[in-house]
Design a protein around this ligand. Sequence first.
Ligand code: PMP
Ligand code: GLN
Length: 383
Amino acid sequence: MREHAQRLSGLGTTIFAEMSALAVATDSVNLGQGFPDTDGPASLLEDAIAAIQAGANQYPPGRGIPALRQAIADHQQRFYGLTYDPDTEVLVTTGATEAVAAALLAYVEPGDEVIALEPYYDSYAAGIAFAGGRRVPVTLRAPDFRLDLDELRAAVTPRTKVLLINSPHNPTGTVLTDDELRGISAVAIEHDLVVITDEVYEHLVYDGRRHKPLASYDGMAERTISISSAGKTFSVTGWKIGWVTGTPAAVTAVMTAKQFLTFTSGAPFQPAVAKALALGNDYYDSLRLDLQSRRDLLCDGLEALGFGVHRPQATYFVTTDIRPLGHTDGVDFCRMLPERTGVVAIPHQVFYDNTTFGRPLVRWAFCKQPHVLQEALNRLTKL
Ligand code: PMP
Ligand code: GLN
């Protein structure tokens, strides 16, 4: 067999697969890969079972079933006052991952530059590489992980085509502020850029904050491809039901790429997610408050152990600085941790081009049951 294509170079195995395998091999508590250890709402699970039994087992339509596209449009209206036509401005995808990849394939020409917030979610680098684009990072730096708008402006060149934004942000847990979102909008409008915004953690925002979608800013609806997913909102990361909202032209472009990646998926999950999106505010509130208290449990515990803790504003993840414990390199630390303590975490470094910024940082997932978090903290005293 000859060598694989150049576009795969440097991609290797995802850190999440590597660390989850290590967790199993060492019987560790897995605070690495971000997935909940309890199922989503019972009604959602029952609706999916009922859909299988009722025969929703063949290819759904390419854009997604009408009920789900309508529910996504209703959700955007209900939470953000954004109006989308479910027939032309909504597309169901195989998770947010496919949506991001298809959006990049749809808009990036070989040689185009894509500005992405760094640290960036790992599939972004692969998606940009597959499209033949060039990744240009703008770094969110510890301790507060704010976006430096001057740096963003300086990163734009005549080759810049796309801004790839993620807020609430994985892995830092940052929620971009109103000023930051306005600044991004100004840059996008001035340079006529396409904005792809990954908002999968839109409902996991803490301490009374609210997520505000980039598409809701003046002049942005017509240039923004918004992406979200059921995985986090309904604790069903394995279902891979995601979606895109945008202009009819943008949604058609993303669909043109998407239809030759998977065509469609998730037939019985689509009607179930459609119903779940309409759950009352009590569901969304309790999801948020429950995760907020888990965040506090893990953050307080890590602080007591001596880590430098960056308490996140959102998401499933807390970032820590390992230097107060005498360690300097997050990759070495995370490779040592399972054997030594029986806990798995993720080194930030893998999410950076400028690896020095991420070197002392380690990410821990708190989307686990309180007794699991407590067990991890107990084990970490071995440090
Ligand atoms: N974007 C971000 C920022 C994520 O953290 C994740 C995953 N957990 C995804 C996208 C992927 O979402 P999905 O599982 O719906 O493909
Ligand atoms: N998004 C999850 C995380 O950041 C992992 C998803 C995956 O394994 N690709 O941990």
